[in-house]
Design a protein around this ligand. Structure first.
Ligand SMILES: [Zn+2]
Length: 272
């Protein structure tokens, strides 16, 4: 899994480009949000929209007693807990520490566990593209680097989980007691927020209400900032409308075929 690899990056590759001439590949449309993509890949469908959700019964309630320690010790505690339970590790990033215990985390055990898949992630590209932008020299170098590694590997599927696009504008959204501000989503529980910048985002409906009663999706190129993930402004972001060309991911199956664009559900069908 090549985190945030866009189909347009194929132009930087030698090995992958060569393989597209003989193997089935294409653009991949992924679900809205941040975690539904790989969940759908492994399990066929997903209602996951984001990593965190508000919960009175959060499994992180005990963190409340340790927030006075500060961000770094809290992150260490959380991950000692995660290692102990075999959960995915994560950092609290920019979530207000006095609020963290109100949220529970969605992705606990790694998604590929309980499937018989050997799953490897190349995750550096995502961070590089966020920091330097999708057109940067740094992105080109990273793509060239793993293209050479892939050539030496045995694989059945190479894919990515989303695309990325350049941020043009940072917009501040209201903060309430029960809200979570992801970079392209702003989610509110209970009361409807006042003062949402209506021309910069749109209200969306999501089946599973645990992710928020009022959910707003940023328009392409708009990033909600300050948010709970980034301490500094970044250059590019994902999590926008999945129909956008720039948000498309990429896949290639190691079998003879042509270009065929798929949704993540369809890819799951093709390989199971
Ligand atoms: Zn990312």
């Amino acid at each position: 899994m090549l985190d945030s690899f866009k189909p347009e990056y194929l132009k930087y590759t030698a090995y992958l480009k060569k393989k597209t001439k003989e193997l089935q590949h294409g653009e991949l449309e992924t679900p809205l949000g941040f975690w539904g993509g790989m969940d759908t890949f492994f399990h066929g469908s997903s209602d996951k929209l984001a990593f965190y959700y508000y919960s009175e019964k959060s499994s992180w309630k005990w963190i409340k007693y340790f927030t006075w320690l500060g961000r770094f010790p809290v992150d260490v505690l959380i991950n000692l807990w995660n290692v102990f339970w075999g959960n995915e590790m994560f950092r609290t990033n920019n979530i207000p520490l006095n609020k963290f215990y109100k949220f529970d985390t969605d992705v606990k055990i790694p998604l590929h566990k309980r499937t018989n898949t050997r799953y490897i992630t190349f995750h550096e590209l995502d961070g590089i593209a966020h920091k330097y932008g999708t057109k940067s020299e740094e992105v080109r170098k990273e793509v060239e680097r793993f293209d050479k590694i892939l050539e030496k590997m045995k694989w059945d599927i190479i894919m990515s989980d989303h695309g990325m696009l350049e941020i043009k504008e940072f917009i501040k959204v209201p903060e309430t007691e029960k809200c979570f501000i992801d970079s392209t989503l702003a989610r509110y529980w209970g009361e409807k927020p006042k003062g949402m910048p209506a021309s910069k985002c749109k209200f969306i409906k999501w089946k599973n209400k645990k992710y928020g009663d009022y959910i707003y999706l940023a328009n392409p190129g708009v990033c909600f900032f300050p948010n709970y993930w980034q301490t500094n402004k970044v250059k590019a972001m994902h999590g926008y409308n999945p129909k956008l060309k720039d948000m498309k991911a990429f896949y290639m199956i190691n079998r003879k075929g042509k270009k065929k664009n798929l949704t993540m559900e369809e890819l799951h069908e093709e390989i199971t």
